[in-house]
Structures are given as C-alpha cells and as structure tokens.
Design a protein around this ligand. Structure first.
Ligand code: NAD
Length: 500
C-alpha cells in the first residue's frame, strides 16, 4: 500500500490537489513506499497566505515567548528522536546512527535559536548629539521560505526555520520531494510545541512550487540548499524579483595530506568522511591529495583494504557503515561517473559498481570505489559525484596541493592533515574555500558559528545559522530620537545635519 503524503498548511495536513506526485522510495528495497503531492502555484499561495496571516501576532510575541516555543520544540524532537531517525533512514537510506546525527545537528541550531532574545538585541548610543539618542533594532522580514535538498531532511530545514521563526518571521518550507516525511513531522511537532498555526508550513513540490516561491510577492527572503545549477537559478530569479536570497550549492572537498601527518588517523578520517552517508554529504571528502609520490603510494596501499572492507547494508543494520543511495537514478548517475573516470584514464583501485546486497537485490546499493592518479583535467575531478567514491590526486609538494582546492570551481569545505602548524596556518589563511578543517575531516561549523561555502558552492553574501543567519532573516532599523527641552525651538535648517 503506497501512502499518500500531504502538505502542512495553517496547522493542518492538506491533501494535494494537483494530481501530480513524486515517488518516495524505500532505497533498501527499491520499492515505492509513498507519493509526495507536487504543489500547484495556488497551493503554494495558500501556504504563503497562512504564513502572512500568522505573522503579525507571531512577530508581536516578545522574543522570550518565541524562545520558549523553541525550547518546547527541542524537547519534543528529542523525545521523538527514534521515530524521526527511522522515518529519515527509511526514505533517505542513511544508517540510523547517522540519521540521529542529522537530527541532532538541526537541534543544535534550535538550541542556538533559543538564545534569540540576546541575538535580537540592538545597539544604543546615548547623546549622539545634544539631547539626541540613536538606537537600532532588528526586525523580522515577514514571510520567508526555505527550499531544501534530500541529503539532510532534518538538519537543513531546522537550520533555516529555527533561526527564521525565532526572529519573528513565518515560514514556508519546500523540502526535497525525495524524503519529505521528516519535515512534515517536524511541522507537526512545532505545532505541538505551541507554535501557532501558519507559523511553519510545509509545501511539497518540484520546480512548479519553487518557481511559485520565486515569484510570490509576499515572500521576502529565500534560503536554498541543493545542487549548484538550481542554486544559481534560485539566486538569479529570486534576487531579480527583489528578494533576499542565500543559495548553497554543490561541493568537491579536498583533503591535503602532508608527509608528516598521522597516517593511521588520516586513513580513518578519509574512510569516515569519504564514505559515510554513501558520500551524499556536501561536506564529504571526495578528493584526497597526498603530498609526494611516496606518500601517495603508502596512502593508497592503506586505503585499498579499508575501502574493500566497508560494510554496506540496510540502514537499520547496526553494523552498516553506510546504506543505499537515495534513488536508482542517483545511483546510476554515480555509476556513470565511475565509468567516466575509467575512460578518462584514472586508476580504479577499488570498484564498487558490482556490489549486490543479498536479499535486497533491487535496493539502490553501491560499493565503495577508490580512484588513484586522478588529474585536474578530468571531468570526474571537476564535477561533484555525490556518492561513495574517493579520488586520489597526487601532488609533488605543498604548493601544488594547496592550489588544487583554490583553483577548483567549488569552495565548500577543505581539510589539511599535518603536524606542521606553520603550513596549516598558511593554508587556512590563503585557501579560497569557505570552511577549513585542520586535522578535522568534516569541518561543519557549530550552530553558533556559521555555515557557507565560497565560489560556486554558494550564491549570496550571508551564511546559514549563527549570527549570520540572524542577519539574513532580519533587517535593521535605526532610530534617531530627540526630546527637546520644553519651549526651545531651533528654527528651520536647510543644511544637512552634521556633527561638526
Ligand atoms: P537538488 O538541487 O536536486 O534539489 C534541491 C531542491 O531544489 C529540492 O527541494 C528540489 O525539489 C528543488 N529542485 C530540483 N530541481 C529543480 C528545478 N529544476 N527547479 C527548481 N527547483 C528544483 O539537490 P539534491 O539532489 O536534493 O541535493 C544534493 C545537492 O545539494 C548536492 O549538490 C549537494 O552538494 C548539495 N548540498 C549542498 C549543501 C551546502 O550547504 N552547500 C548542503 C547539502 C547539500
């Protein structure tokens, strides 16, 4: 029996009316388990109207009361962690422990948003002029929207709506049509936490819903995370329609390995960060750059048996390192890149293409693959693969290695492994990448810092969460106030006031 999912508008589940649906698979079995309704422009509009209707009252709540709803929401998500993690794994395919990590990283932004009374505080200057005080305040934008990818169906919606709603905005979330059940459940929990109906709405859909968001005159800002082509499209069209847009895109994250690094630790880190979640992470390490030929030989010698030994299994198998990919289509795309890598002349050290999971032959599984002698001129190096594939690009020295991530079209994350503080410091300072790890393979910044890549990994100027997130979802108003002493008039002035 294939379940039919809904939208969540004004605090209620709403059946889709378009007659169009997207398939939600069970990636372990390959079966369709649910159908996502794909919204029309009118359905999106209904959610915007619900959000616009809820805005005045929500905005009028004092920030402490909004924070209390966030505290309640956090407690409810924690209480329902197991259910949410199973729901997430069943649609995405990542292993249960990793789904809990996905939810937890989202909750950490909710924790950050619980501090909104402090974060919204403005600035004040007493006596900026005689009897004149100046103060500034942060105010929410109104109705804002989030468009999210399949690979973090809990974390990324929470990154966006946690900060936006705490600031006093009301929200329309358009999740990935591939795994929308967790965002829908989060909206239910937000209501249960005391969030008024209409403050958090979920509209399922595809390009039609996204285009409706881009055009809707009442949506003031759009936060997008997904692939670069769509990020660029959302940024160009959203800003052309006068909206504030932050649009995060794809990635190719390099790990530079210096000859003095602790190689046992490096191999562990590359295996975890390269193959965890089947490589379907925007901060996955997809390129390892050993410095010197000798280190390259040793690294590949040590990586090979570890990649061959990866335990690929169903998401509920506690022994699994990673599970199936999200869809058959995506698995075929990743396989296509492995075929391409072979044709381009890279050396396929471990070939995961023929992996079959016994009893789950129709699941979207793929074994781990390892390429050596990949070069920057290869298409498989230049593009994002987003699968369980690690590419080794050998560099003769530090300078050559350090230039690779800087020259790459993407600039999301990068890591350097070394014991040399001077090299690490220089690298962190000069590399043209937004998030840098020093002996840390996945340098996803914590909730109270801020997340964002550079170059074609992100369009727009303001990052996700942390103080930047608050800045994105608010606008500043500055008030200059004078309380004249009774009876004193200054007369008309035709000159711009200055502080001379
Ligand atoms: P995607 O671009 O296919 O989809 C993202 C969103 O855009 C979804 O909600 C989808 O419905 C919508 N969409 C898809 N096609 C569209 C179209 N033609 N017009 C308008 N909207 C469209 O991305 P995905 O496959 O869901 O996610 C994987 C990608 O996201 C990878 O490239 C990954 O690197 C990236 N990602 C980036 C970050 C980051 O912070 N930089 C984080 C997570 C994922």
């Amino acid at each position: 029996m294939v379940r039919e999912l809904t939208h969540f508008i004004a605090g209620r589940h709403v059946k889709g009316t378009s007659g169009r649906f997207g398939d939600v698979f069970n990636p372990a079995t390959g079966e369709v388990q649910a159908r996502t309704p794909l919204a029309t422009t009118a359905e999106l509009r209904a959610a915007v109207e619900a959000a616009a209707g809820a805005f005045p009252e929500w905005n009028a709540q004092n920030p402490q009361k909004r924070a209390r709803v966030m505290f309640n929401f956090k407690a409810l998500v924690e209480k329902n962690m197991d259910e949410l993690a199973h729901m997430l794994s069943a649609e995405h395919g990542k292993v249960i422990a990793d789904s809990k990590g996905d939810i937890q990283r989202g909750l950490e932004v909710i924790e950050f948003a619980c501090g909104i009374p402090h974060l919204m505080k403005g600035e004040y200057t007493e006596n900026a002029g005689t009897g004149i005080d100046v103060y500034s305040m942060r105010q929410p934008l109104g109705v804002v929207a989030g468009i999210t990818p399949f690979n973090f169906p809990a974390m990324i919606p929470m990154w966006m709506f946690g900060v936006a709603i705490a600031c006093g905005n009301t929200f329309v979330c358009k999740p990935s049509e591939k795994d929308p059940s967790v965002p829908l459940r989060l909206a239910e929990l937000f209501l249960e936490a005391g969030g008024p109906p209409g403050v958090l709405n979920v509209v399922n859909g595809d390009k039609e819903a996204v285009d409706a968001i881009l055009r809707d005159p009442d949506i003031k800002a759009i936060s997008f995370v997904g692939s670069t082509a769509i990020a660029e499209y959302v940024y160009a069209n959203g800003t052309a329609n006068g909206k504030r847009v932050q649009a995060m895109g794809g990635a190719k994250n390099h790990a530079i390995i210096m000859p003095d690094a602790d190689l046992d630790q490096v191999v562990d880190d590359l295996i975890g960060a390269g193959y965890g979640s089947a490589g379907e992470r925007c901060m996955a390490i997809s390129v390892a750059v050993p410095v010197t030929e000798k280190l390259g030989d040793e690294l590949v010698r040590r990586l090979k048996p570890r990649v061959e030994a990866l335990k690929v299994s169903t998401p509920t198998d506690p022994a699994a390192n990673y599970g199936p990919l999200v869809t058959r289509e995506h698995r075929e795309k990743v396989k296509g890149y492995i075929d391409m890598g072979v044709k381009e002349g890279a050396e396929l050290v471990v070939d995961g293409r023929n992996f079959r999971m016994q009893g789950y032959e129709n699941g979207f599984f793929l074994g781990g693959s390892l390429f050596d002698r990949v070069t920057p001129s290869m298409r498989t190096y230049q593009e994002e693969i987003f699968g369980p594939v690690l590419q080794v690009v050998r560099a003769k020295d530090f300078e050559e290695a350090a230039l690779l991530p800087t020259k790459h079209q993407y600039g999301n994350g990068v890591a350097i492994f070394t014991r040399d503080g001077d090299a690490a410091r220089e690298f962190a300072s000069k590399v043209q990448v937004g998030m840098v790890g020093i002996n840390v393979p996945i340098p996803v910044p914590l909730a109270y810092h801020t997340f964002g890549g550079w170059k074609r990994s992100a369009f727009g100027d303001v990052n996700q969460h942390g103080p930047e997130g608050v800045r994105f979802f608010t606008k500043i108003k500055t008030v200059t106030a004078r309380w004249p002493k009774g009876g004193v008039r200054e007369g008309a002035s035709f000159v711009i006031p200055t502080m001379k």
